[in-house]
Ligand binder design. Structure first.
Ligand SMILES: [Zn+2]
Length: 191
């Protein structure tokens, strides 16, 4: 898939919007990204995750795993495309853990996926947790890399596309200075 095709799907589902937004962090941005909005459409999720899966096909993972919650659908669809199992990790007393009878054996090759990677901190927690089961991690994949090339997992890292998304404190926001109306995402559906 080309960047243009990917952005078109993100745009038409309202997962990626341009304007003037107040993010949940309180910061302002000219862009808004919410992967859940694209992943709510199974046909889009399937297509995007298949494209991500292609990037790791040769590494031959046995298991795809993601941190809950945002990564679960990505893990599921990437695993479907690769014909392997999909697991997820969740926090137990603040630490990433395998629950629900999920198992990783020491011979399993594991691919870690996410919807969006910004700081990469939760991904690093998953890497550490997976390492307690197997050393065979084939890489990290995500739909959108928002890190601006800043994250390094010390293993292959591939994204479907990269998004540079500058954010501003309200008092320094150039869009506020230009008096562009502020939208709070979620307060209305995009038209
Ligand atoms: Zn602003």
């Amino acid at each position: 898939m080309t960047d243009k095709q990917i952005l078109e799907i993100f745009g038409k589902t309202g997962a990626f919007l341009k304007g003037h937004f107040k993010l949940s962090s309180g910061l302002h941005s000219a862009q808004y990204l919410q992967c859940a909005r694209v992943l709510q459409h199974p046909q889009h999720a399937e297509k995007l995750c298949k494209a991500l899966a292609e990037k790791f096909k040769k590494t031959g993972p046995d298991i795809v795993i993601a941190p809950a919650l945002g990564g679960i659908l990505v893990s599921y669809e990437v695993a479907r495309a690769l014909g392997v199992k999909s697991l997820f990790m969740e926090r137990v007393n603040g630490k990433m853990a395998l629950r629900r009878g999920f198992e990783i054996s020491k011979n399993d090759k594991v691919l870690i996926v996410e919807d969006v990677i910004t700081t990469g901190l939760s991904t690093k927690e998953v890497i550490e947790a997976v390492k307690s089961f197997t050393s065979a991690i084939v890489g990290v994949g995500c739909l959108v890399d928002r890190s601006g090339g800043k994250v390094d997992f010390d293993m292959p890292f591939k994204s479907l596309f990269n998004l540079d998304m500058p954010t501003f404190k309200p008092e320094n926001c150039p869009l506020c200075k230009d008096k562009i109306p502020l939208t709070k995402p979620g307060s209305r559906l995009p038209s």
